[in-house]
Write a protein that binds this ligand. Structure first.
Ligand code: PEP
Length: 255
């Protein structure tokens, strides 16, 4: 099944709303509409930037989409500091990242929380980008495939095949995030291929064949081509390089 590549820029806690507008304008200028026939491009700014990004995207009819870096497990109510899926959907978000390793590590988010967030996103017609990935110790112990599949099963537990067909998976080895140490295309493919096989068991092979699996971890304009050439890698979740408009646009054009 043909899968349209997705290049997603996770800005993390960078750029205020004015800087966000400038960056989206730069990406849009470098990426004429014709590119969007073959690649989906999305930016994932901090929550406080989303309204400004929405205004720009709607006003200029840009084909870039946008999403959030996290979403609450709750529907609404007394959860100070939380942002609900309904609020994000109302702002026109397409995606919500769930289970990024920085949330798993610094906010103790386990697979059950990641699953609850993915469910909230799905309920409000946002596409969850479900992140999984092993740390360096697991990679060195060579138990990374089993580790990732365990995280995958835990983060998708009980979802129907139809729900699984609506998600995006991001394989992000923690040792590669922000380190400049990108996984080799073969190493990334090994895990992404195993993820697809496992999705076939959790849903069915047809559903698995349609799910987009992204690689994330020090991806940039130089290495993204080789990564995307792998049969089970359908795009990239990009951190550092997504803050440079020209480089992010180049990565999108390569995809
Ligand atoms: C990320 O945080 O999702 C990421 C992939 O970061 P970087 O590209 O900077 O490694």
């Amino acid at each position: 099944m043909a899968r349209k590549p997705l290049i997603a820029g996770n800005w993390k806690m960078n750029l205020n709303h004015l800087e966000a507008i400038a960056l989206v304008q730069k990406i849009a200028f470098a990426l004429p509409d014709k590119y969007f026939a073959k690649v989906d491009v999305t930016v994932i700014p901090p929550f406080v930037d989303l309204r400004s990004v929405q205004t720009l995207v709607d006003g200029d009819k840009l084909l870039i989409t946008y999403g959030a870096q996290d979403v609450s497990t709750h529907e609404s109510g007394a959860y100070t500091g939380e942002i609900s899926a309904a609020m994000l959907a109302k702002l026109g978000c397409t995606f919500a990242v769930v289970g990024h390793s920085e949330r798993r590590q610094y906010h103790n988010e386990d697979d059950a929380i990641v699953l609850a967030k993915a469910k909230q996103a799905l309920k409000h017609e946002l596409t969850p980008i479900v992140c999984i990935g092993e740390g360096l110790g697991v990679r060195e112990a060579q138990t990374h495939v089993a580790y990732n599949l365990e995280q995958l099963r835990g983060s998708l537990k009980g979802l129907t095949a139809e729900e699984i067909s609506k998600i995006v998976i991001a394989y992000e080895p923690v040792w590669a995030i922000g380190t400049g140490r990108v996984a080799t295309p073969a190493d990334a493919q090994e895990v992404c291929g195993a993820i697809r096989t496992e999705l076939g068991k959790l849903a069915d092979p047809d559903t698995a064949a349609g799910v987009r699996i992204l690689y994330g971890g020090s991806a940039n304009a130089k290495n993204v081509g080789e990564l995307l050439a792998q049969p089970d890698i359908d795009g990239a979740l990009v951190g550092g390089a997504s803050l440079k408009g020209d480089e992010f646009a180049t990565m999108s054009a390569i995809a």
